[in-house]
Design a protein. Structure first.
Length: 273
């Protein structure tokens, strides 16, 4: 065996092929919730989400009407459904603290969940929580609690989903979860008492995130993959049903505007703004 092919082992040295075969024969270590355990874990999904939010924020500050084109409102969500999700990557242009606090919160809880759940389950949780927040904003308008035209931005709904998921995962693991429960309680109080904060988005994200995490956390080990596939589909169907119900409650004025071409609606929006 040449020196370049030697690899240190517990006893003596091994060749490169022997090391590779031994690695392939080892059982993949996973967390209780399906995440893969390996040395040097890096929260690449969390970092990617933060990077996407930062890039979007730079675009908001530099590209005219960027925020208006991708923010969510119950009115525009019907016309351009992608806004249910895109708003979660935008933040208030008038406050650097909005994106700063959200990204700090994301970095605080994101890597833990990414490791525990695995990257695919984690990103599914994040995106469903973001959409769930927008759906509750829509339901609020349908019930008459808020405007059909009021726009919302921010990753807060998705982050509240991570808060709810963290509580479920920690509780299921037998760990002390009072801390994250306190964080949820304090932030929900702020959501209701501080003007300009979308409590609807926070509540929707929290509920959806907790439900998704509960499905992951309580799934039997032999059905974990099946649950990971079926649960998001079921939740999407439920959310779509809520959207259909809420849209049916729209006032006549809104329904008439929905019949207009998108380019005309956009002109009316920019002119009124």
């Amino acid at each position: 065996m040449c020196p370049d092919c030697q690899r240190p082992a517990a006893v003596g040295v091994q060749c490169v092929d022997c090391v590779r075969e031994a690695a392939q024969g080892q059982r993949t270590l996973r967390t209780r919730f399906g995440g893969v355990i390996h040395p040097g874990f890096r929260p690449v999904v969390t970092v990617a989400i933060i990077a996407a939010c930062v890039v979007a924020y730079v675009a908001q500050l530099s590209v005219p009407l960027f925020t208006e084109r991708f923010m969510y409102s119950p009115f525009w969500g019907h016309v351009q459904p992608l806004r249910f999700l895109t708003a979660a990557f935008l933040h208030s242009e008038g406050s650097y603290f909005h994106i700063l606090l959200n990204m700090v919160a994301l970095w605080t809880v994101g890597p833990y969940l990414e490791l525990q759940l695995g990257r695919l389950r984690y990103v599914t949780l994040y995106l469903l929580s973001a959409v769930g927040g927008s759906v509750v904003v829509l339901a609020s308008a349908a019930l008459g609690f808020s405007s059909w035209y009021g726009g919302v931005v921010g990753a807060s709904g998705a982050i509240f989903g991570l808060f709810g998921a963290s509580f479920v995962v920690m509780w299921r693991s037998g760990r002390q979860a009072q801390g994250i429960l306190g964080v949820i309680a304090v932030n929900m109080v702020f959501s209701f008492v501080v003007p300009g904060i979308s409590w609807q988005g926070h509540l929707g994200g929290l509920v959806v995130g907790a439900l998704v995490a509960a499905g992951y956390a309580f799934a039997p080990q032999d059905r974990r993959r099946l649950v990971a596939l079926v649960l998001p589909v079921v939740l999407v169907v439920v959310l779509l049903a809520l959207v259909a119900w809420a849209d049916a409650q729209a006032p006549e004025e809104v329904r008439q505007l929905w019949t207009l071409p998108v380019d005309i609606l956009w002109k009316l929006t920019t002119q009124s703004g």
